[in-house]
Each structure stands twice: as structure tokens, then as C-alpha cells.
Design a protein around this ligand. Sequence first.
Ligand code: COA
Length: 160
Amino acid sequence: MRHCIYPGTFDPITYGHLDVLERATRLFSRVTVAVAENPGKGPLFSPEQRLELIRTNVARHANVEVVIFGGLLVDFALSLKADAIIRGLRALSDFEFEFNMALMNRHLQPTVETLFVMPNEAYSYCSSSLVKQVAKYGGDVSHFVPPNVASALRTASGKA
Ligand code: COA
């Protein structure tokens, strides 16, 4: 029984994140999507809203749960006895940030391994910030986010 954590701010979740999650569900028998409170990133959606937006899209996976966490990721991973942290690498530009984060996490907790998967290249230029920016000015984000997220973005930008 292998268990991994898929952490992120998910402000909001995109099809790129969901692509990583699909891959994780095929590699691990249990996957916990861990929504970081991350107030420092000034998120548009509250942790509870982000969690709900994710939950609707993972309901069909019996082996996926979604939770909110604060504090250090490795402490949270340890408290769940997770075997690994999984992250997506979209392009070379992600590498330095992810590399540093994985090494810092390893320094803090050597027993928790970080694994990387490559999401579908169709989402290589998709990010939560870009999606929020496009939605804010009324652009179509339906290629990048599921319907419930597109609707929440419209509401948040007063374009509903
Ligand atoms: N498809 C599309 N976009 C993706 C993506 C994918 N597969 N993977 C990442 N992204 C984008 C996101 O949209 C987001 O874009 P944005 O910055 O423009 O909003 C960005 O890449 C990263 O967001 P996300 O994947 O949600 O994660 P994050 O980098 O914000 O999360 C944590 C970082 C939560 C894992 C990290 O801050 C953490 O562990 N925090 C807890 C505290 C801690 O332990 N700190 C020490 C860490 S060494």
C-alpha cells in the first residue's frame, strides 16, 4: 500500500494539476491532495474554497482525498506516514524551484522522497496565475480549468 502526497497552493486547481493527479493515482494506491494554506502567496480563494473546487473534480477516484495543511510539508507528510511527495515538472523553468524545494525537504526529512512527473505538454504554459489574470479580464479559461473552477473565477472577477 503506497501512499503519496500531492501538495500545492492550487489557487485554483487547473487541468495541469489534474493531469499530475491522474498519473499519481496510477502509481500509488492512495493519494492525498494537500492544499497549502499559503497566506504568503495572497491567494484569491480561501483554503476551504480551493479544497471544494478540487473535491468536485476528484470524486470519481476512491483512492484520493483532499485536505488542507499548514506548517511544513515534510512534517505533514510524516504525520500521514506518506511514502512520497509528488510534483509536476512542466518545463525547464520549473526545475530550479522544484529542485531546491525537494532538496530542502530532503534536508529537513531524509525519509520522505520527492518524485516528479511530466504533465501533458498541452498544459506546459498553464499556471494558476495566468488563468486568474485571463479570467479577471473576461477571457475564456475553459481549456485550462474544469467548469466549476471557471464558474468560481467568473464569480470572483464579477463576470458571472
Ligand atoms: N499544471 C499547471 N500548472 C502547474 C502545474 C501543473 N502540473 N504544476 C504547477 N503549476 C503551477 C501552478 O499553477 C502555480 O502557478 P502560479 O505560481 O502562477 O500560481 C505554480 O505552478 C505552483 O503552484 P502549485 O502547484 O499550486 O504549488 P506551489 O508551488 O504554490 O506549492 C508548496 C508549493 C505548497 C508545495 C510549498 O510552498 C510548500 O510545501 N509549502 C509548505 C511550507 C513548507 O514546507 N515550506 C518549505 C518547502 S521547501
